[in-house]
Design a protein around this ligand. Structure first.
Ligand SMILES: [Zn+2]
Length: 65
């Protein structure tokens, strides 16, 4: 029997049945990791803020903008 390997998305969301569904398109959101880089004006260092964004057909253009 093949061992099921959880994807990153499944781990982030937990059980699939708990995944929030977009009220607009009715698709379950896909969690993706978004990395934003920001430059600190004080010490000129780049910092990277990572967050999980919920992606569906409605907002994919905004998330990747
Ligand atoms: Zn949607």
């Amino acid at each position: 029997m093949a061992k099921k390997v959880k994807t990153f998305a499944e781990k982030a969301m937990g059980k699939k049945s708990d995944a929030p569904v977009c009220p607009k398109c009715g698709e379950a959101y896909t969690p993706i990791l978004v990395v934003n880089s920001e430059k600190n004006e004080e010490d000129n260092q780049w910092k990277f803020a990572r967050k999980i964004a919920k992606l569906c057909k409605c907002n994919e253009k905004e998330v990747f903008a």
